[in-house]
Design a protein around this ligand. Structure first.
Ligand code: AMP
Length: 215
């Protein structure tokens, strides 16, 4: 199964994708994670993307589509893919069609997480992750049970994304509205879009996604 999780930054795409990975052995393909890894490794792509990401703007379509193709090639043909943060433009949506067709895959569901934009800035600026295992936390909504210690792996170092500040978040939301939201009609026309309430409790959102996958 190949699915897209679509929604603005902070909608919960990453959290839900991780749950699907754990439950179904699917693979999360997050272009944001791939780009952050490239920035950290100081590859040519990373060096090109760094400043663009810090501003909250979009990296070039060609770069992210190439990353997605490489990741799919590294997966077994029977492993399901969860696209998280990709596609983000009409050109990327077109590229994804070609990428999937070339590999004998097809898109089963586009799941849109609908959220209230005002809540997103608070959600995003408060989030942090365990530096060792990547488990997500939030200053206000989900602190580790033992302060300073990761619930999942016992790690004691945490990190925040440099682009999770209020100013950059506003640019990222504007980019979503201008370039990403307009791709929904492409998938709507194919009858594969399901909309769910991304403001609901995380477990409820997971339940709604499971119901769509089983439909
Ligand atoms: P994310 O982790 O999905 O919020 O992505 C973080 C940043 O990486 C974005 O603000 C963009 O600068 C860049 N990025 C991630 N995915 C894409 C994409 N599909 N197209 C263009 N830029 C992207």
């Amino acid at each position: 199964m190949n699915i897209i999780l679509l929604g603005p930054p902070g909608a919960g795409k990453g959290t839900q994708a991780q749950r699907l990975v754990e439950k179904h052995g699917m693979r999360q393909l997050s272009t944001g994670d791939m780009l952050r890894a490239a920035v950290k490794a100081e590859t040519a792509i990373g060096l090109e993307a760094k400043a663009v990401m810090e501003r909250g703007e979009l990296v070039s379509d060609a770069i992210v589509s190439a990353l997605i193709g490489e990741e799919l090639d590294a997966m077994g043909p029977d492993t399901g893919a969860i696209f998280d943060g990709y596609p983000r433009t009409a050109a990327q949506a077109e590229a994804l069609d070609e990428i999937l067709a070339a590999r004998g895959r097809k898109l089963d569901h586009v799941i849109e997480l609908e959220v209230d934009e005002d809540a997103l800035v608070e959600r995003i600026t408060g989030r942090f992750t365990c530096a060792a295992c990547g488990k997500g936390y939030h200053d206000k909504f989900e602190q580790p049970k033992i302060p300073g210690t990761c619930d999942k792996c016992g790690g004691t170092e945490f990190k925040r994304r440099p682009d999770d500040n209020a100013e950059t978040v506003r640019t990222r939301l504007a980019e979503y509205r201008a370039k990403t939201a307009p791709i929904l009609p492409i998938y709507d026309a194919r009858g594969i879009v399901s909309k769910i309430d991304g403001m609901a409790d995380m477990d409820e959102v997971t339940g709604a996604i499971e119901a769509i996958l089983n439909s």
